[in-house]
Design a protein around this ligand. Structure first.
Ligand SMILES: C[C@@]1(CC(=O)O)c2cc3[nH]c(cc4nc(cc5[nH]c(cc(n2)[C@H]1CCC(=O)O)[C@@](C)(CC(=O)O)[C@@H]5CCC(=O)O)C(CC(=O)O)=C4CCC(=O)O)c(CCC(=O)O)c3CC(=O)O
Ligand SMILES: NC(=O)C1=CN([C@@H]2O[C@H](COP(=O)(O)OP(=O)(O)OC[C@H]3O[C@@H](n4cnc5c(N)ncnc54)[C@H](O)[C@@H]3O)[C@@H](O)[C@H]2O)C=CC1
Length: 208
């Protein structure tokens, strides 16, 4: 498995099965991709999402009809509770060259990770499918322990060009940026008052 960050704007994503799991997978994609959920029934968790719904029974569909559904899709997720049905969708995806994620059955070529997202960063966590609970646990730990991360990135983004003006030696610029990153008092200030943290960083590390 190799991690990638993909821009799915305008790409078609198909979710088969609209239960709570299908809804979570749909939410993973629907803020960017064109998501269609094909299912016999639809979880209330789908209600707030920007998706297309297509109602129907997958077991009644021929391979030909399923291939038609998949045509033009970038990625498909099988999230029905029937592993045989999910695996059949997976085989058709492999034939058609459509990326495939299986919520229950033979793993596809895509894993949906736990995601920590800020305005300025993105972290994705996987356990290779061995323990989704651990992925979730790590996600929650990262969210709790690095609540100031977005602001730290903003601070680094602001300080870097300032440093380029005042400090000609790259190794020294790097050392200063690391010192700001590991300054506990700046980290604490960042959670409460960005301007104060910024002033502290400039005072301590740029005017030294
Ligand atoms: C392989 C994978 C396939 C895929 O890509 O979907 C997969 C598969 C399976 N999950 C199962 C169970 C649970 N999954 C969750 C939650 C999440 N599952 C997610 C991803 C993945 N799940 C992929 C691997 C990710 C990795 O590599 O770590 C997350 C990260 C992302 C998301 O879904 O959005 C999201 C957490 C989001 C977050 O909160 O951050 C919980 C809830 C909980 O933990 O409370 C439970 C119940 C507890 C438990 O069983 O652990 C079962 C057994 C079903 C059964 O027993 O019937 C299977 C099937 C199997 O194992 O065969
Ligand atoms: N990958 C993951 O993250 C997780 C996977 N699972 C597994 O995912 C599966 C789905 O879980 P839930 O969403 O909770 O189940 P659910 O029973 O709530 O929802 C299943 C959905 O699939 C639809 N469906 C079932 N058969 C269909 C068919 N032949 N044609 C059209 N639609 C059909 C149903 O109408 C329903 O909307 C379960 O097997 C579960 O074990 C469970 C937890 C996490």
């Amino acid at each position: 498995m190799i991690p990638l960050m993909l821009d799915l704007t305008g790409r078609r994503v198909l979710i088969f099965g609209g239960g709570d799991v299908g809804a979570r997978k749909a939410a993973h994609f629907s803020h960017e991709a064109e998501v269609t959920v094909f299912s016999r029934s639809f979880s209330p968790n789908l209600d707030g999402l920007t998706i297309r719904r297509q109602e129907g029974d997958l077991s009644a569909l021929s391979d030909e009809a399923l291939r038609d559904l998949l045509s033009g899709a970038f990625l498909a997720v099988a999230a029905t509770p029937d592993p045989e049905l999910n695996d059949r969708i997976g085989r058709l995806c492999a034939e058609a060259g459509v990326l495939f994620n299986n919520a229950a059955g033979v793993p596809g070529d895509v894993i949906i990770p736990s995601v920590v997202r800020g305005n300025r960063f993105l972290v994705a966590v996987s356990t290779y499918g061995r323990s989704p609970a651990v992925s979730r646990y790590l996600r929650m730990r990262l969210e709790a322990d690095y609540a100031d991360l977005d602001r730290m990135i903003k601070l680094q983004e602001e300080i870097r060009p300032m440093l380029r003006e005042t400090e000609p030696v790259q190794a020294e610029r790097s050392r200063i940026l690391w010192a700001i990153l590991s300054d506990g008092e700046i980290r604490v200030a960042l959670t409460a008052d960005y301007a104060r943290a910024r002033a502290m960083a400039i005072e301590r590390y740029l005017h030294a």
